[in-house]
Design a protein around this ligand. Structure first.
Ligand SMILES: C[S@@+](CC[C@H](N)C(=O)[O-])C[C@H]1O[C@@H](n2cnc3c(N)ncnc32)[C@H](O)[C@@H]1O
Length: 208
């Protein structure tokens, strides 16, 4: 099966991506909606949660991605592999993650991963970066107590920017971590490791 061809980057501020999604309904999405939920934001082709969903059938996995062709292909693969604990949603997380998660029951969101988000290096493009105070508030608002957020990037200034946003949230405590806590690496992580470049990681836990 050839890889789906897509634009390498899309502008999340373009009106095309500023749409309001339907809130996700867990009972219409997963075979067992009661399972703890892992949300992977900016999941690209979604292979990280595909492998995680195979390894951990006792958890549900939701991938969010702004490039729709990748979402369609990833959902096709999930169905082909009979993974009823895995779903991908076409969503501009910066613009409307709050709407997508609006109906999420309390105490279900156990893990959120944000891995190698696009850095948008130029200052004039900084507003296109995925992590800002609003998305952080949405994530923390839905995360269950003792739930965790794992963030990793190979871009030093972006790491500091993202970590500072989550550090400012009084409901979280931070654990520094040198290693990826999961048994699976994302595609970007593998590429960065092959080049022996540094990766900046942090874990935040909701305490109240
Ligand atoms: C550099 S890739 C990293 C993909 C994957 N997490 C990995 O580590 O291999 C960043 C991904 O985030 C997606 N993305 C960027 N902005 C987004 C947004 N506002 N909402 C959802 N996804 C977004 C991009 O389309 C891209 O697939």
């Amino acid at each position: 099966m050839p890889r789906v061809r897509v634009h390498q980057h899309v502008n999340p501020l373009s009106p095309f991506y500023c749409f309001i999604p339907k809130p996700i309904e867990l009972d219409k999405t997963f075979a067992n909606p009661q399972l703890p939920l892992h949300l992977d934001i900016g999941c690209a082709r979604g292979r990280f949660i595909l492998k995680m969903a195979e390894m951990f059938p006792e958890r549900n996995f939701l991938g969010v991605e702004i490039r729709e062709p990748l979402v369609i292909e990833a959902n096709r693969l999930a169905r082909e592999n009979n993974l009823t604990n895995l779903r991908y949603e076409f969503n501009n997380a910066t613009y409307s993650l709050d709407r997508l998660l609006e109906n999420l029951p309390a105490d279900v969101l156990q893990m959120v991963t944000i891995q190698f988000p696009d850095p948008w290096y130029k200052r004039k493009h900084a507003k296109r970066r995925m992590v800002d105070e609003n998305i952080a508030a949405t994530i923390v608002g839905h995360l269950k107590v003792a739930g965790r957020i794992f963030i990793q990037t190979d871009v030093d200034f972006l790491a500091e920017e993202m970590f500072a946003i989550f550090r400012a949230n009084i409901n979280l405590i931070e654990f520094n971590t040198a290693a990826n806590p999961f048994p699976v690496k994302t595609e970007r992580e593998t590429a960065v490791e092959e080049k022996h470049l540094p990766i900046y990681r942090s874990v935040f836990e909701k305490i109240k």
